[in-house]
Write a protein that binds this ligand. Structure first.
Ligand SMILES: [Zn+2]
Length: 432
């Protein structure tokens, strides 16, 4: 709260009825603390001339723009360890380790247009550094909000840990079910699972499921929401990678960290949890190199976070629908992500297209088969669908960077609540 108040004093012109000690967790209270902090900064303009590679620091980390004509070229870039963040017509931009750039310079087919040291890039993009971004919820704040929601709605909500992270943090889950509580009581009701922030720096992907939980609690008496709470088994894990999130913000300046915080043998930090699932593990669009942003880990499910999610989903055969929130591309992705093919089951394929299309209308995001963007193996939604027949969607939320500022939260949350409620309305029978 101190952090929040500090940020509010920096902003003028907004009348906020917020007092020290106000710990309300209602959706409206949470939103009222999110202040428009000015338009998010534009990303720096890419260099127009073809870049000469600067003298690379051996462990340096860069924002790069590379020519890539199609999804196959993009897939090769993922395999070279690049994290593709922006896709343009014939090029992509994203983060790359010095070793990735060396690989690209060897491969003459991959033309690097610009290279900016990551700290220069971030300081150009991030006018909102953490003081201004205090409306975002860190691990402790997310945890306490979930616990508050459960204690204030104890007849329908409970909180439990689905497992521990690499550093020993609990991965918290809010369960909403009028007749079953906690981790071990099974439910026959159809289940919906909302997961956020598996990639650390995608902080907006914590806000959406967290505020969805607050909204559902506030609206629990509305006829349609009451019906879903009475007839469904709803799970919300807003922060799937708490270690990575805390690592990203611990210095007060964003670190642009994507992975978890496993210390690899070469002392590089992290495994990409969304390349660590056992779905065509580390075949395409992922890297075996520890320093890569797309490092798939030493083996499938090598990481405690992905193991916890696996066990969580395997133990709940009633799960029918799932959203994993990421940022930022304004897209709704459905399987496969790890293969060019469509899912073979025509009924499921039709349901994926229909549900993604409807949720696209509510959010303004583009519905698309995941592998149309690029092929990426080891993805959690492919695994959830292959293993549990869960209709699983990856939401790439909106924004112009991983750090779009606090002003984006309200609009993003409101439209995404509509999409999530629509998914709840379809969970009992996704094929209707
Ligand atoms: Zn992501």
């Amino acid at each position: 709260m101190k952090k929040l108040l500090l940020s509010l004093t920096l902003l003028t012109g907004f009348a906020l009825a917020l007092k020290a000690g106000d710990t309300g967790t209602s959706f409206e209270q949470l939103l009222s603390r999110i202040t428009p902090a000015g338009a998010p900064a534009a990303a720096p303009a890419p260099a127009t001339a073809k870049a000469v590679l600067p003298a690379l620091q051996p462990d340096g980390y860069y924002w790069v723009t590379v020519q890539a004509a199609d999804k196959y070229a993009r897939t090769r870039l993922l395999e070279a360890g690049m994290d593709i963040v922006e896709i343009h017509k014939d090029k992509v931009s994203g983060f790359a380790h010095a070793n990735t750039l060396k690989l690209l310079s060897v491969n003459k087919a991959m033309l690097v247009e610009s290279v900016i040291p990551v700290m220069d890039y971030l300081s150009a993009v991030n006018k909102d550094f953490p003081a201004a971004d205090a409306a975002y919820h860190n691990y402790a704040e997310t945890t306490s909000l979930l616990k508050d929601m459960a204690s204030k709605n104890s007849d329908i909500a409970s909180v439990f840990s689905i497992g521990k992270t690499t550093e020993g943090r609990d991965i918290w889950c809010l369960r909403i079910n009028s007749s079953a509580k906690g981790a071990s009581v099974k439910s026959e009701k159809p289940g919906a699972f909302f997961l956020g922030n598996v990639h650390a720096r995608e902080h907006l992907a914590d806000e959406v499921p967290l505020l969805l939980a607050a909204w559902l609690m506030d609206h629990r008496k509305d006829a349609d929401i009451k019906k879903y709470i009475d007839t469904l088994d709803i799970y919300i894990v807003p922060m799937g990678n708490p270690d990575g999130v805390e690592y990203d913000i611990k210095t007060g300046k964003y670190q642009s960290h994507r992975k978890n915080t496993r210390i690899n043998p070469d002392k590089s930090v992290g495994v990409d949890l969304n390349r660590n699932f056992d779905s065509w593990w580390c075949q395409q669009g992922a890297s075996h190199s520890t320093w890569a942003d797309t490092y798939c880990g030493p083996s499938a499910f090598s990481e405690p976070e992905s193991k916890a999610l696996k066990a969580f989903m395997e133990a709940r055969k009633n799960l029918k629908t799932h959203i994993s929130y990421h940022s930022y591309a304004s897209e709704i992705l459905y399987p496969w992500g790890g293969s060019d093919e469509d899912v073979p089951d025509q009924k499921d394929k039709a349901a994926f297209i229909k549900l993604a299309g409807e949720m696209g209308k509510l959010t303004g995001y583009s519905p698309i088969k995941s592998s149309e963007m690029y092929i990426a193996t080891g993805d959690s939604c492919d695994w959830a669908y292959a293993e549990g027949k869960i209709l699983a969607f990856t939401f790439e939320l909106e924004g112009n960077s991983f750090y779009p500022g606090a002003s984006i939260i309200t609009k993003t949350v409101n439209s995404n609540i509509k999409a999530a409620v629509y998914l709840l309305s379809m969970t009992a029978d996704p094929y209707k």
